[in-house]
Design a protein around this ligand. Sequence first.
Ligand code: ZN
Length: 330
Amino acid sequence: MKEKLLELLACPSCGGDILLAYASKYEEKEIIEAVLTCQKCSREYKVERGVPRFAALDKIEHDKAETAENFGWQWTHFTQEDKKYAEQFLGWLQPVKPEFFKDKIVLEGGCGKGRHTTLAAHWGAKEVVGIDLSAAVETAFAATKHLPNAHIVQADIYKLPFKRAFDYAFSVGVLHHTPDPKKSFVSLASKVKKGGAISAWIYGAENNEWITSYVDPIRTGVTSKMGQPVLYQLSKLPTLGVFLASKLIYKPLNKTAKPLADKLFYNDYLNHLSTFGWREQHNIVFDHLVAPTAFYISKSEFEDWWKEIGAKDVEIVWHNQNSWCGFGKL
Ligand SMILES: [Zn+2]
């Protein structure tokens, strides 16, 4: 934890300022082991292995913890880099461009292993803070500690330990895995200053009826309850089907016979998937099977979220015909 993060922190219980009570271990300028304290209510929060801990997994509800732990396992095991990450990230953030991050104080709701926090830092954010509930914060911290403007915090999206101090907040692929996606979105937006902006990317209800009908019962009943290493191996089987279909059917047909390709099942998404390699596809399939909680949100529900926070200039885009990207100003 970098000391300047204290300026952004606020007690998740009472909103009071957070002070550094004492630090027992530093590595260069990084605070590794310390105790933080709330100036108002005197609650204490620990910094462990470089990460301030405002949520401990044993204290949060079962489902949330299960989601966080399942993703945490995933994020520490899918450590491959992919040069498409930046492009994919910008696809989810549209119409936001890298220049948009310059000199902004940015909050990421659900940072996983810190892939997007890293990009935001590289794109010139004044400060970027990634929060996650899961053990993935360990990987995210290791991946970002060398960046002078990046910070990782373990926190619950419903009890964010921050002041209303951010110019921009974003959350990609996370809100639909929380127990109440709209409430998570409103909580994230509550930390954005007036005049700031917010982006969110979520699974859509439209065009995903096949997932809610066929994949969801398997996910909730079987695969999300499986041991992670077993599911990791088992998920290679459906990945093989997706991989072969996307590479051997969808990709060539979209190049040579577009009208025919448009008639294929789920063409936009599978054609998009065909640009990824095996590991990334495996990651996506695993992602769909591992989460105990997943909501598929309709456009009209999503529009309500933006009304709820009083956003202006809202732009909602249908992404790959199966998910929604939203951007708005406060
Ligand atoms: Zn307090």
